[in-house]
Every structure is written in structure tokens, then in C-alpha cells.
Design a protein around this ligand. Structure first.
Ligand code: GTP
Ligand code: MG
Length: 207
């Protein structure tokens, strides 16, 4: 997909405040610091459209972008950020969960996972919640440039084994690096195909 335009629309602190949901929407979620904002910038070929930071907890609101004037891309706050109070963490969780469950035009959620780590409880629990809630999602491994290819492959395989303990069918899996811009074309072509499918089947979204 060629990115002709990518515009920031707004940041929202509540799902009710999000922009009108009449276009297909794709959202990025994952632990704080996993690389959501960086991957969005890499995909869109824009340096600093989504704000990134070495300090976890940078994205604290729901950020909407309109791409090619036809679909939304959404940068969500990270879950499981340890350095905020329990109350704040619960508020973030509520914000994220309410958005995911109430956003009618949300076509797919990309759940980002740091490819450097062994399967983490917090990510497995989030994936479990998505599956149980009927949320359509894909898994995106990030920061693949930070480790040797064979280790990245092993970590992804370990994850699959873990997920197969609960699920027979696994979602689409992408391995990416925002740094090297790998895996981003695959995500964009999935989005393009999905948008074409929706258009060909006259799927529309109402508020
Ligand atoms: P929050 O908004 O705080 O939840 O974080 P985030 O998930 O949006 O992460 P962000 O994109 O801000 O990246 C966090 C840190 O990881 C930054 O220092 C990035 O430069 C770094 N980073 C992100 N993606 C990659 C990658 O693919 N490779 C490498 N080497 N570093 C990355
Ligand atoms: Mg961010």
C-alpha cells in the first residue's frame, strides 16, 4: 500500500470522545515500551507522527490517525506500565478495554509483543482476554533487529507452543523491526486486503 496521506486527528481520554467511527479502523496495542508508536511511524514512513520515547508510558491517550483519507490507524496506551499507581493502571485498563469492546468500526487489533522475551504472563492474559471477548486480532513481534535471527525465530516458536496450549487456531503472526523497517509491508498489505474486502462487500460502519 502506498501511504499518500497520514494525518493526526485527535487524542482521546475516553472511548466516547474518539472521532466518528465511520471508517475501518486498525489499532496497535501492547505493553508499555514494546514499540507501538515506533512501528506506526515505520509503517507510515513518518519520522515522528506518533510520539515515541525511551521511557515507558509515553502514550497515555487514544491517538487516532487517518490514512489515505480512508481508514483509521490508532495508537493505544500501553498496558502493564509498572511505574504508575494501581488506580491509574486500572484507569488505563478500563480505557483500553472499553475502547476495544465499544468501537464498532475496529476491524483488527495488532497485539505487539517484544520478540526478545520468553512468553510473559501479562501478554498471554491479554491475548486470552481478546480471544474470550471475540476481538479480532493479530500478533506482531517487535524489535527483531535486537537479536540474532535464529533466536527471534525460536522465541516466536516458543510463543506458538504456549498459545497452542489454549487455542487450536492461531492468529496471523508478523515479525517486525521499526528500526530496520521489516515486516511493515506485510501488515500494510493485510490492511489493504481487508479494506478491499470490506469495500467489495459494501460493509459500512455506523456510530
Ligand atoms: P508507550 O507509548 O510508552 O506505551 O511505548 P511504545 O510501545 O509506543 O514504544 P515506543 O515506540 O515509544 O518505543 C519504545 C523504545 O523502544 C524507544 O526507545 C524506541 O526507539 C525503541 N524501539 C521501538 N521499536 C524498535 C525496534 O524495532 N528496534 C529497536 N532497536 N528499538 C526499537
Ligand atoms: Mg507509544
Amino acid at each position: 500500500m502506498v501511504i499518500k496521506t497520514a494525518e493526526f486527528v485527535k487524542s482521546s481520554g475516553k472511548w466516547q470522545e474518539c472521532p466518528e467511527g465511520t471508517m475501518p479502523e486498525y489499532a496497535f496495542i501492547g505493553r508499555s515500551n514494546v514499540g507501538k508508536s515506533s512501528l506506526i511511524n515505520a509503517m507510515l514512513n513518518r519520522k515522528d507522527l506518533a510520539k515515541t520515547s525511551g521511557t515507558p508510558g509515553k502514550t497515555q491517550l487514544i491517538n487516532h490517525f487517518i490514512i489515505n483519507e480512508s481508514w483509521y490507524l490508532t495508537d493505544l496506551p500501553g498496558y502493564g506500565y509498572a511505574k504508575v499507581s494501581k488506580v491509574m493502571r486500572r484507569d488505563f485498563e478500563k480505557l483500553i478495554n472499553n475502547y476495544i469492546l465499544n468501537r464498532n468500526n475496529l476491524v483488527n487489533l495488532f497485539v505487539l509483543i517484544d520478540s526478545r522475551h520468553t512468553p510473559q504472563k501479562i501478554d498471554l492474559e491479554f491475548i486470552q482476554w481478546c480471544g474470550e471477548s471475540g476481538v479480532p486480532f493479530s500478533i506482531v513481534f517487535t524489535k527483531a533487529d535486537k537479536l540474532k535471527p535464529n533466536i527471534a525465530i525460536k522465541n516466536v516458536e516458543d510463543y506458538k507452543v504456549e498459545l497452542h496450549k489454549t487455542w487450536e487456531d492461531l492468529p496471523e503472526i508478523y515479525v517486525t523491526s521499526a528500526e530496520k523497517k521489516t515486516g511493515t509491508d506485510e501488515i500494510l498489505s493485510f490492511i489493504q486486503k481487508t479494506n478491499e474486502f470490506l469495500a467489495n462487500n459494501s460493509v459500512t460502519f455506523n456510530e
